[in-house]
Design a protein around this ligand. Structure first.
Ligand code: ZN
Length: 86
């Protein structure tokens, strides 16, 4: 489930030069694209220059929050994970 969610986060709607969502001129449907990860940085850079300078503030803030879905709730629907939890 975590892997599927990760891969779905790579899917996004294409945007134009102004950041507005793009739509197909022929069909009117959204134009999709693949987007990169939210964060790609070294721990050392964040340690030396801070989360804001490294552009990882949103990830740090998210990591400091309580998980929206607890680990035990992720494992229960998956038979393989459930064996590890038990
Ligand atoms: Zn990925």
């Amino acid at each position: 489930m975590v892997l599927v969610e990760h891969e779905l986060y790579h899917a996004a709607q294409e945007t134009d030069a102004f950041g507005a969502p793009k739509f197909s001129k022929s069909t009117g449907r959204p134009i999709f694209t693949i987007r990169g990860h939210d964060v790609e940085e070294f721990v050392g850079v964040v340690r030396r220059y801070g989360a804001d300078a490294a552009g990882v503030r949103a990830m740090v803030d998210a990591a400091n929050q309580k998980p929206e879905i607890a680990r035990v709730q992720i494992a229960h629907p998956c038979g393989t994970c459930q064996l590890r939890v038990a």
